[in-house]
Structures are given as C-alpha cells and as structure tokens.
Design a protein around this ligand. Sequence first.
Ligand code: 0O2
Length: 207
Amino acid sequence: MLKHWDLFLAPYKQAVEELKVKLKGMRSQYELKSTHSPIEFVTGRVKPIPSVLDKAARKGIPLDRLEEEMQDIAGLRMMCQFVDDIPSVVEILKERNDFEVVEERNYITEKKESGYRSYHVVLRYPVQTIEGEKKILVEIQIRTLAMNFWATIEHSLNYKYSGNFPREIKERLQRASEAAFQLDEEMSKIREEIQEAQVMFSRKKEK
Ligand code: 0O2
C-alpha cells in the first residue's frame, strides 16, 4: 500500500524539487543584475498522504481522479515584498515555456471569508520519467510577506481547532488580516525609499 502511494507521489516530488530550483533561479538572476527582485523567497512541499485523503473526502474527489482534480498535491509558494510585485511574478510565470498556466485564482481582490489573501496559479508541468513524459498539476501560491505571516498563523490555528474557531479567535484573525492588508498598503507607499535603501545595502555588502 505504502509503495503504491510512494509511486503515486514520485512525479509530484520531482516536480517540486525541479520547480524550487527554477523559481529560486529567477531570484538569483535579479540579484546578479542588482535590481529589485519581486521574489523574496520560495518554498515547496508535497501534500502528505493523510492530507490528500482528508481533502479528497472533504471535496468528494474519487481517489482515481486525484491527478485531474486535486491541484495542490505539488505546491510551491513565492513570497514577495510588495503587493505590486505579485502581477509581475505572474507575468513572468506565464511567459515561461517549460510549463503552462492553466488556472488563476485571485484571492487578493477576492479575499476569502476567513481573511485569507494570496494569488494562486495552477500549472500543468511536464515531468520526465523513465516511462516518458507525465504532465501533472502544480499549484503556486504567490503572496506578500504579510499575507504569508497571516496565512501561516491561521493555518496552525486551523489545525488546532479543526476549522471551528471560537468567535473571539475568528474576530481577532479577521482584524489581523485587515492589519496585514494595511501593512502591505503602507509598505507600498514607501516602496521607492525601501528599494533605494536595499540597493545601497547590497552594494555595500559587495565591497
Ligand atoms: P495545505 O495544508 O496548505 O497544503 P479549498 O482547499 O477548498 O479552500 P481549493 O479549490 O483546493 O480550495 O484550492 P485553493 O482555494 O486554491 O486553495 C487551497 C490552498 O490554499 C490551501 O491548501 C491553503 O494552502 C490555501 N488556503 C486556502 N484558503 C485558506 C485559508 O483560509 N487559510 C489559509 N491559511 N490557507 C488557505 P490546503 O488544502 O488547506 O492545505
């Protein structure tokens, strides 16, 4: 049984490893050019089997339809400093020819009821296997550092309360989401100042 799941997850693991290298490479290219990088850092993970099974049960996805219907078995996150960096990253992803963007979900303009904000892009990514090419779905979540902070905290609390937050916690999370939004707005307003300081700082490090 374990072997079956290991085999199932293998192309997803390979895709996450390959895409981590590729997306981190984008950041290195900006660094080499000493220009502002819209990408702060990149993480990736393969959904653990118990979470795959939970989600399939919750969303009524038959196990023989996982490849077609569960889009985030392979997942990556790209963190940006500023909200305005997010459309630039999405454009760069769409221009690449090593995968195809098949779906986009904008939870920044359409914030989720929980307070969650992020931009989701679903890719069809070709993995080379010993049996030939296999195209799999991969979800990339693109968000600011503030959105990521909120989502990480909310995700841990969600785990603790299994989604049934006490009212006080729910309200605090809503307020925290609003505060994260304000933080993004304020940082955007002094974006140029921040970027000038960062260029000065990186030049000083190079000396
Ligand atoms: P994990 O543990 O992050 O891997 P659904 O899961 O029904 O909301 P769907 O259609 O699968 O939605 O895809 P969607 O909406 O693009 O996003 C699913 C993923 O987005 C979630 O994965 C989370 O990573 C993130 N996400 C969506 N809504 C929230 C939220 O309210 N709070 C937080 N913290 N993250 C959210 P999973 O499956 O939860 O798993």
